[in-house]
Every structure is written in C-alpha cells, then in structure tokens.
Design a binder for this molecule. Structure first.
Ligand code: ADP
Ligand code: MG
Length: 409
C-alpha cells in the first residue's frame, strides 16, 4: 500500500495551516486519574513535531465506550491534563466534539498551539453503522480545519475501526500517516513476513473470542504458541478438563479442539500451562492454591474455584521458551496481574521477554500497562505496541479499514 508520510507533509510546509490529528489517547482511568499514560506519551512526538513546525494542531481522540452521549466519566479532561504535563506547548481543550466551542476554539487557534476536542464517541455518528451518518460527522470534523486543512492518522490502536475519524475523514481531507502508525506497521510487517525463528507467540488476557481468531493464522507461522490468561480455560476444557468457575467460552471449545488437532500439521506446538493458581473468588485477597491443570475443581475450598494465573512450573516453562526465541510476540497478561497474588505469571513472562536476545514485541493495552505497572523498563523490549485489537487483526491478515482509507495509489 502507498501511504504519504508525515515527513512529506512537514517538508511541504505546515506553518499556520490547520492539521487534524487522530491520536489514540484511550488510556485507563481510575477515580478520574490516568493510571497508565503510555498511549499519551506515544502520541506526543507527532503532536509536537506539527506544533513545532508552526501548525495549528487539532487533536481528536476517543476514550472508552460512552455510547454516543456526553458522560463526564468519559471526558478527555484528565487526559488533556496529563498531555499538558508532558509537552511544553499551549494545549487548549474544547468542551464539545464538533460543536460551537470546538469551532470557535479551532478558529482562534494560532500556529504552534494545540486544541484537543472532546471524546469523539460522545457523538453517536463516530461509530455509526450508517455510512451517511458517519460521513456527516466526518464533514463537520474536517470543517474545523478549513479549506487548506489536512488530516494525519497517528492512532494505530484505531486503524481496525470503520469509524468517522478513522476512515470517512479521508474523503474530506488530504491524509497523511503519522509516525506511530508507520512504526507499528514496520514492526508488524516484520512479524508477518520474516520473523527470526524460533518464533514464539504468547497469548493471554480476557478477550477470549477476539484472540482465538488470530490463532488460525499464527499457527502457520509460529513455532510455539504459549497460552495463558483467561483463554487457557477454553483450551483446558477442550482437552476434557473441568475448569470450575474459571473464565470459559463454552461455544469456542470445539474450535479450540480443532486448533489443538491441526497444530502439528501446521508445524506449531501449543504449550499449555500444567499448573494453575486457583482462587476461591475473584478478589485480591482471595484464598488460593496451585493445582495441576486437570485438578482445578479439587481445591481445598471447593470445586467452584477460578483460575486467576498460570502456576510457577508453567511460568518457568513459558520463560524457557521465550528466552531462547528469535522472535516473540506477546499479547495478553497471563493472569489477573492487577492483584499482586496473581501477577507472578505475567511478571515471569515479562522478565523472560526482557532477557531474550531476539526481537520482542508486546501488544495489547493491558499487556503494555502490565509491563509498566510491574516496573519493567520499556527499553528492555523491542517494541511495545499501542494497539491491541489492531495489531491482532493485522497479524490475522485482515484488511484494516483505517489503513485502506490512507492508501493513495
Ligand atoms: P490486552 O489489553 O493486553 O489485549 P485483554 O484486554 O485481553 O489484554 O485482557 C486483560 C485482562 O485480562 C486483565 O485485566 C487481566 O486481569 C485479565 N485476565 C488475565 N487472566 C485472567 C484470568 N485467568 N481470569 C480472568 N481475567 C484474566
Ligand atoms: Mg485490554
């Protein structure tokens, strides 16, 4: 595909021009405070490069799923506060998305200043299935940057979405690819075209059905597929084990059995945990024990226990595979790392990636947050991707609507 880079835009001169930037500022919040600012920091270089070049920068982004109406808890206000603390720029904020305030502030913006619009998803048209609705929203957003305005897509985490600010907008403005998107594409391109072997893929997390879909494609390329996190129980069930109250997608058991059966032919080996940390309930201070994967229902506290982490023997086996890999792609925490008692599997896997001499990629919002929350230095990893769903869909070999929209052939 042929994209036009941000560098081309910068060298054509943007001083005084209005530039509409789609950033991915979808960060986790707790009590109105940003708990992991990775995506904000990853968005800073493009915003800064444009402002430094004298552009009038209008940033648009989404946060969570406010279902098309204004809801204070989904406001970008805390995100903008954090952005202000990271850049020495004037960062204004509109109280609406494409309404009176956004228009007024975009109009009075001067070169080198930044205006952030409110959460795009406060407008139901952003994610509408109706093409005309999305297009009318895109037209309003484009109007904010006027006649000689341009669009820069730097929101890798949203390129798999057919949303107004991602796809439709490119019919209204000349479109350029931000550096974050191009870096991600370079890394994922390497993972799909010429990974160094052994190629180890580690999957975990909670979005089970989303992630099962990628396995089909990865089996063909990866040498080892290590499975932990919530999805592991669908695998254990497929092997005939009982999983108590653990996370389980019963309607996916057959599909998973199919994967297990066809792995050998695809030249890929599944490494599943042989032990599990089973808890009496979903809580940070729950009673817990380590049990063999086939014994989950035999805990001393009863048969309804939930597997909340991979056990120590499994974590060590995962770590061995990872340390000797040529390439590692990791998406999804191995357990409920937010609770200390169930963070060991994730910590050991992260540590093994950090020690691996091969090329290591961490994908997924929560995985990236876990790596930082557990105190790892980001530079110990080859690349920390800002896009969870987007990177998985890319690796699945799907066409990503946001990238199609940027293609200028
Ligand atoms: P990512 O954002 O990295 O793609 P997901 O969003 O799929 O990852 O999943 C992250 C969540 O998965 C974390 O909040 C973690 O607590 C949860 N998780 C991991 N293992 C388990 C498990 N065994 N049971 C329930 N939740 C789990
Ligand atoms: Mg997540």
């Amino acid at each position: 595909m042929a994209y036009i880079s941000l560098d081309e835009l910068l060298s054509s001169g943007v001083s005084g021009r209005r530039v509409l930037v789609r950033s991915d500022l979808n960060v986790p919040l707790e009590d109105g405070k940003v708990t992991d600012d990775g995506r904000i920091r990853a968005s800073v270089p493009v915003i800064t490069a444009l402002a430094d070049a004298g552009a009038r920068v209008v940033v648009m982004a989404h946060l969570g799923r406010p279902q098309g109406k204004f809801r204070t808890e989904f406001s970008l206000v805390p995100v903008v506060e954090r952005l202000r603390s990271l850049v020495p720029l004037t960062v204004r904020m509109a109280s609406d998305v494409s309404g009176d305030d956004a228009r007024k502030q975009a109009g009075s913006l001067v070169g080198g200043e930044v205006l952030v619009l409110e959460n795009l998803r406060f407008d139901a048209r952003e994610t509408s299935k109706d093409n005309a609705e999305r297009d009318s929203f895109a037209a309003e957003l484009a109007a904010l940057v006027g006649e000689d305005g341009v669009y820069v897509d730097d929101a890798f985490g949203a390129v798999h979405r057919k949303h107004a600010s991602v796809t439709d907008i490119t019919r209204h403005l000349p479109a350029y690819v931000g550096n974050l998107v191009s870096t991600e594409l370079k890394v994922l391109g390497k993972l799909t075209t010429n990974p160094d072997h052994p190629y180890v893929v580690v999957l975990g997390g909670a979005k089970v059905s989303d992630k099962l879909a990628v396995i089909d494609n990865l089996m063909e390329r990866a040498d080892y597929l290590l499975v932990g996190g919530g999805m592991v129980f669908t695998f254990l069930a497929a092997m005939g084990h009982k999983v108590g109250g653990s996370m389980l997608e019963a309607d996916q058991v057959e599909t998973v059995r199919g994967y297990l059966d066809s792995a050998e032919q695809a030249g890929c080996e599944f490494i599943l945990p042989t032990d599990i940390v089973v808890a009496s309930r979903f809580s940070a201070d729950a009673e817990h024990e380590v049990l063999a994967s086939e014994d989950i229902e035999n805990a001393t506290f009863g048969a309804s226990g939930l597997g909340l982490d991979i056990g120590p023997t499994s974590a060590e086996s995962f770590a061995r595979h990872i340390r000797s890999a040529g390439t590692v792609f990791w998406n999804g925490p191995m357990g409920v790392f937010e609770f200390d008692a169930f963070a060991d599997g994730t910590r050991i896997v992260a540590q093994a990636l950090a020690e691996c001499d091969g090329f290591t990629v961490v994908g997924g919002g929560d995985s990236a947050a876990a790596v930082r929350a557990l105190g790892f230095d980001e530079s110990s990893f080859g690349h920390i991707s800002t896009g969870g769903g987007a990177s998985l869909e890319y690796l699945e070999g799907k066409e990503l609507p946001g990238l199609m929209a940027l293609d200028r052939q």
